[in-house]
Design a protein around this ligand. Structure first.
Ligand code: F6P
Length: 544
């Protein structure tokens, strides 16, 4: 297969982008630019007109996608082909939101049946807990959910329950424990009553140190309060693909919700990993979340590349990454409920595309996954937008704004929208020296001062952004939005020819950490490692 950067289309994109005029010019010369470069689907509107691209740019990007057989690769994922070649697994988070009448075969059997069986188990459990039928060991109903998990077993449930706070069951509260730092657990345990608390322990592998340690400590806290081992089953449930280890751990077999190897951790919120979500917002809203994602799945699978929202977003991000040397991509959520979304997209994208060898194991000669970061607007404007506007790095941005607020109050939402749109406009058009100088006309400054300040006020503009709008943040639009980013990540990995679904890079740190743990707890100081590790270990030992 032709190496990516050796392709004629790759060179054509490089030559084309180098000669593209400033976005100001692209807008000035085409009044229909928004009409041509915006797209609606699945309750979302994507405005991608504020990008360093015109029809020719997009045409070249779509040609590249065709050359790497993107459409066939999309179909291969949905159909359950073993595309995670290093773990020999299918990648089927999309099957989690499939309808009951669909068929997806893994090892010759239709997995939709077991997906639906698990969803039924979830629904029955959610009903038991939220109806009050499920009682704690002293006969009280459950008031607090403590979700224990990390990475994809934490971020999805955490971010989605946070985003859908208006939909929470009024009788339940939810707390998340991820870090092995005892503060994370202790701060939450101080808030809850063992008699009315349900622990949901989520770990696909059932082998993650942080989650196991936190669960054991939570169990001990529960027993120290006066409960017995027999009471544990009323207050601890587990979500895992490793049912054997969960049973050995002491989880009651009836309280184990299965998940599967063909669901990656960072793609698993749609599985029983989403149990905390379903408990908080109810199973009907959880199904609505799934349905929103399915709408995006159907769009991704069927829309022509030129009208395909995840494809367009993925290719434009790749344009900056590989042809404009952008090292990062910022996600700015102009909605307080979506404040956690950038952190979720960090794992989704960076753990998927933070790779440096191709599927065949060849070292890549081009950039792959960028750094994903971000936060809520308008806060970022008072923190890091200075660098976005006038810094040296190019940082493409995604702005996300619901058109309606769940909390309409006076001028708040219109001001939020004005800030969001103003930022995208400022990024695009910037401010020329002459414009800056003109703004200082009546400043009373000397000509020399005006010239100096004007030079500091110049903003180059031509900074790309996408704006994603939705009518309102609901389970359905949130499901579509998250699926949009899942598929955007897929598109980039497919073009780069990497495996977006394994994560070998996280193993070494864990292994070395386990060795260091034994050294920290050993009788004597460590001397065999590098000088830094020896010193750090022994400094810690000296304090304990
Ligand atoms: O769900 P588990 O198996 O506890 O893994 C937690 C997280 O750790 C990782 O395996 C590595 O960070 C993630 O991919 C995963 O989401």
């Amino acid at each position: 297969m032709t190496e990516l950067t050796q392709r004629a289309t790759w060179s054509a994109i490089a030559a084309h982008t180098a000669q593209l005029p400033h976005m100001r010019t692209l807008f000035d010369t085409d009044p229909l630019r928004f009409d041509k470069m915006s797209l609606s689907c699945c309750g979302l509107l994507l405005d991608y007109s504020k990008n360093r691209a015109n029809e020719d740019t997009l045409s070249l990007l779509f040609s590249l996608a065709d050359e790497i057989n993107l459409t066939a690769k999309i179909k291969a994922m949905f159909s359950g082909e073993i595309i995670n070649n290093t773990e020999q697994r299918a990648v089927l988070h999309t099957a989690l939101r499939a309808h009951a009448d669909q068929q997806v075969l893994v090892d010759g059997h239709n997995i939709i049946d077991e997906v639906k069986q698990t969803q039924t188990k979830m629904a029955q459990f959610v009903d038991a807990v939220t109806s009050g039928k499920w009682r704690g060991y002293t006969g009280k109903t459950i008031t607090d959910i403590v979700a224990i998990g990390i990475g994809g077993s934490f971020l999805g449930p955490k971010i989605v329950t946070q985003a859908l706070r208006p939909y929470w069951n009024k009788s339940l509260n939810c707390h998340f424990v991820a870090n092995v730092d005892a503060t994370s657990l202790c701060e939450k345990l101080r808030l809850v009553n063992p008699e009315t608390t349900l622990f949901v322990m989520s770990s696909k592998s059932f082998g993650t140190q942080e989650t196991l340690t936190n669960t054991l400590s939570a169990k001990q806290w529960f027993l120290d309060y006066g409960a017995t081992q027999a009471d544990v089953a009323k207050h601890f449930v587990a979500v895992t693909s490793n049912v054997t280890k969960a049973t050995e751990f002491g989880m009651d077999a009836d309280n184990i919700f299965p998940m599967w190897d063909w669901v990656g951790g960072r793609y698993s919120l749609w599985s029983a990993i989403g149990l905390p979500i379903a408990l908080l917002i109810g199973m009907d809203n959880f199904y609505a979340l799934l349905e929103g994602a399915k709408e995006m799945d159907d769009h991704f699978l069927t829309a022509p590349l030129e009208q395909n929202m995840p494809v367009i977003m993925g290719l434009l991000s790749l344009l900056y990454n590989n042809f404009h040397n952008a090292q990062s991509h910022v996600v700015l959520t102009y909605d307080h409920y979506l404040r956690g979304l950038p952190a979720y997209f960090q794992q989704l994208d960076m753990e998927s595309n933070g790779k440096s060898v191709t599927l065949e194991g060849t070292e890549v000669s081009y950039s792959t996954g960028p750094i994903i970061w971000g936060g809520e607007g308008t806060n970022g404007q008072h923190a890091y937008h200075q660098l976005i506007h006038q810094g040296t790095p190019l940082i493409p941005a995604d702005f996300i704004l619901p058109l309606q607020s769940h909390n309409p109050l006076g001028e708040h939402h219109v001001q939020l929208a004005s800030n969001c749109f103003g930022q995208t406009q400022a990024m695009m058009q910037g401010r020329t020296y002459d414009e800056a100088l003109a703004e200082l006309n009546n400043s009373g400054l000397s000509e020399q001062q005006k010239s100096l300040i004007a030079k500091h006020k110049v903003m180059p503009g031509n900074k790309p952004s996408n704006t994603i709008l939705m009518d309102k943040l609901t389970p359905t639009t949130l499901g579509a939005l998250i699926a949009l980013y899942e598929h955007r990540t897929f598109v980039q990995g497919a073009v780069w020819g990497i495996n977006s679904f394994d994560q070998w890079g996280v193993e070494l740190g864990k292994t070395l950490g386990n060795d260091i743990l034994s050294r920290l707890q050993a009788e004597n100081d460590t001397t065999e490692l590098d000088a830094s590790s020896n010193a750090l270990i022994n400094l810690f030992r000296a304090k304990h």
